[in-house]
Design a protein around this ligand. Structure first.
Ligand code: F6R
Length: 245
């Protein structure tokens, strides 16, 4: 696991975009795995800005998102579909037919199997972008999820619902379930880029850097992967800095 330290959230976005752009420019028919949430927004902003100024093309890019809420229509303002189009897909030239997110309105078990199958048919994910939950979740794989899990339906932890409540009118509007790529699906990506910023994530980052592998801390599965880069900002790294200096 390689650790890149950056100053702040904005710098994280620049560095992450730099890595993603390098792979996009140098890989034929690249398959990206993408995340939603607050973490990758500055990364997507940099990607959009680069597309506008340098014209980097996304015609050859396929993308699979990690997760989507169940019972939320794709065109709902709070769906992850809407999020991705708003922050990225509307602003770059990725072909519509190469964009994949789980469908939260489809028959769930079938959709999980189909999603996994679609990823396989595209040759697997070349570069997977991840954020991390305060409880160590990756995708919506909450503590206790098997490390060999494939795309599946999850009940969202109460703490995860609360963390996401800021995007909804009220707590009752926050969905209780989601479809997520499994930890096994994530580990099959050829390369993983984990983004961690802000003080709220410092405990999770400290635990990750502790290198103990434990199903109660989903992100620790990444220690089983040979090509993981973590980009972390100072605020997230503060626990390390105070213990090591
Ligand atoms: C999002 C996802 C989640 C988030 C995590 C952090 O697609 O899979 O694992 O990456 O919940 O969320 P933020 O970035 O909002 O702190």
């Amino acid at each position: 696991m390689k650790l890149i330290q950056v100053e702040d959230y904005q710098d994280m976005g620049k560095k992450a975009a730099e890595i993603i752009l390098d792979r996009v420019r140098n890989t034929e028919n690249i398959v990206l795995g993408l995340a939603t949430g607050g973490t990758p927004i500055s990364t997507y902003e940099n990607i959009v800005q680069d597309h506008q100024t340098n014209g980097t093309s996304y015609q050859h890019v396929t993308s699979f998102n990690l997760d989507e809420y169940i019972g939320v229509r794709p065109d709902h303002p709070n769906s992850y579909h809407t999020f991705m189009y708003k922050h990225l897909f509307h602003h770059i030239n990725i072909p519509q037919e190469k964009i994949f997110l789980p469908n939260g309105m489809a028959e769930q078990q079938q959709e999980c199997r189909d999603y996994e199958q679609r990823i396989r048919e595209h040759g697997g994910i070349d570069l997977q972008v991840l954020g991390i939950g305060e409880n160590g979740h990756i995708g919506f794989n909450e503590p206790g999820t098997a490390f060999d899990s494939t795309t599946h339906v999850v009940d969202l932890a109460e703490s995860t619902r609360q963390a996401n409540a800021r995007f909804f009118e009220s707590m009752e509007d926050v969905p209780k379930q989601a479809i997520t790529m499994g930890i096994g699906s994530i580990l099959r990506s050829k390369e993983i880029l984990l983004l961690i910023a802000g003080e709220a994530k410092s405990k999770a980052l400290a635990k990750l850097l502790d290198k103990q592998v434990d199903e109660q801390f989903p992100a620790s599965a990444l220690h089983h992967h040979a090509n993981v880069t973590v980009i972390a900002d100072k605020a997230a790294l503060q626990t390390q800095m105070s213990t090591h200096h």
